[in-house]
Design a binder for this molecule. Structure first.
Ligand SMILES: Nc1ncnc2c1ncn2[C@@H]1O[C@H](COP(=O)(O)OP(=O)(O)OP(=O)(O)O)[C@@H](O)[C@H]1O
Ligand SMILES: [Mg+2]
Length: 332
């Protein structure tokens, strides 16, 4: 799998429609490259469009969403993001997802065992019931659940939040996706459990060789676990590149600003504070219904010059570092 091409999302645009209002242009020309076996972080403040990227790739957007354009290259296939049936074909096979709330992936009326058997019925249709049972128990053991045979008979509500998230990771282990999309997988958990669940997610990559798109507010998680990072702001990717280089020398002032805000990345979080970290940058996200024909960050940017207001910059590679991309004209 190391030789397979990256999973590439290209040119994704999504509007949300509501009666009597102009469309909210939630994503505009979003592209992401996810190399094989790598963990790519997607960071940005609340409302920047991170979950919309995930849900569009999974084909699970709300009914009022309209996908204007976009495609995903997966192996030799090219999937059109406007084709709901094609995306449904990737879901549960090529792509799996871990949500912030594990209950979103679990049916309260089914046992843990029923969930795991269901994944195996789809992914390993030839397996007997006894084989499925054995592999399901082994998967629970692998993600660190003790007494896995007894847990198979439990319902989701009988497990803690951290254990439920481990069950969702065990489901992904059995589904063997090429890409795991994890949307704030540890935000609802306390810091000790966060470290354990992140360790299981990384172990999953090592065991099945998948790639991971890790959506997070935590730059600490990005620095610790991700190989690449994509910084998204008000529906646009402003910077993409290897984590070490982006953190060392951000190529967009927005990246520099969020890294400067998040100095207490490893401090235990206060219950309501997890979402507040990026709000220290003065100003607000622009309205998605009335976007300027300029750099979207210019009104908040410390470095803005008149040229930043003159036109809308494209996401382009840095001259000296073609692996890195930025929308900032000052970096060129
Ligand atoms: N169904 C919907 N209808 C209208 N607007 C929506 C809908 N879903 C999301 N949005 C809007 O799209 C934008 C992006 O939302 P999204 O949930 O993707 O952000 P996010 O980066 O995941 O935020 P958070 O960090 O809070 O999870 C926001 O302005 C949000 O209000
Ligand atoms: Mg979100």
């Amino acid at each position: 799998m190391t030789d397979s091409p990256p999973i590439a999302l290209q040119g994704l645009s999504v509007d949300f429609l509501s009666a009597g209002e102009p469309p909210a242009r939630a994503l505009r020309d979003v592209s992401l490259t996810i190399p094989p076996r790598s963990i790519v972080g997607l960071v940005g403040e609340s409302g920047s469009g991170k979950s919309t990227v995930a849900m569009a790739m999974m084909g699970l957007l709300a009914p009022n969403a309209r996908v204007g354009a976009g495609r995903i290259d997966v192996g030799a296939r090219r999937i059109d993001c406007t084709d709901g049936a094609a995306l449904a074909g990737l879901r549960g096979r090529d792509f799996a997802m871990v949500f912030q709330d594990p209950s979103a992936s679990l049916n309260p009326t089914f046992t843990i065992g029923a969930h795991l058997h269901e994944v195996l019925r789809t992914r390993s249709p030839g397996a007997t019931r006894a084989e499925r049972q054995e592999r399901a128990i082994e998967a629970l053991r692998t993600v660190g659940i003790d007494r896995p045979d007894a847990r198979m008979r439990n319902h989701p509500h009988e497990l803690s939040g951290g254990m439920r998230q481990r069950v969702v990771i065990a489901m992904a282990l059995l589904a063997r996706p090429r890409l795991l999309i994890a949307d704030e997988p540890t935000t609802a958990l306390d810091v000790t459990v966060e470290a354990q669940v992140m360790a299981e997610i990384v172990a999953l990559r090592d065991q099945i060789g998948c790639s991971i798109l890790l959506i997070t507010h935590s730059l600490g998680l990005v620095a610790r676990y991700c190989d690449h990072v994509s910084v998204i702001y008000a529906g646009e990717v402003l910077e993409y590149g290897p984590v070490a280089e982006v953190v060392r020398a951000p190529a967009h002032p927005y990246s520099a600003d969020i890294f400067a805000c998040d100095i207490e990345i490893d401090a235990p979080r206060a219950p309501a504070a997890a979402d507040q970290r990026f709000r220290i940058i003065p100003g607000n996200l622009p309205s998605l219904r009335d976007l300027p024909a300029a750099c979207i960050y210019a009104p908040r940017c410390r470095k803005a010059v008149p040229a930043c207001m003159a036109g809308h910059p494209a996401l382009l590679p840095l001259t000296d570092e073609p692996e890195r991309e930025t929308r900032c004209i000052l970096a060129r």
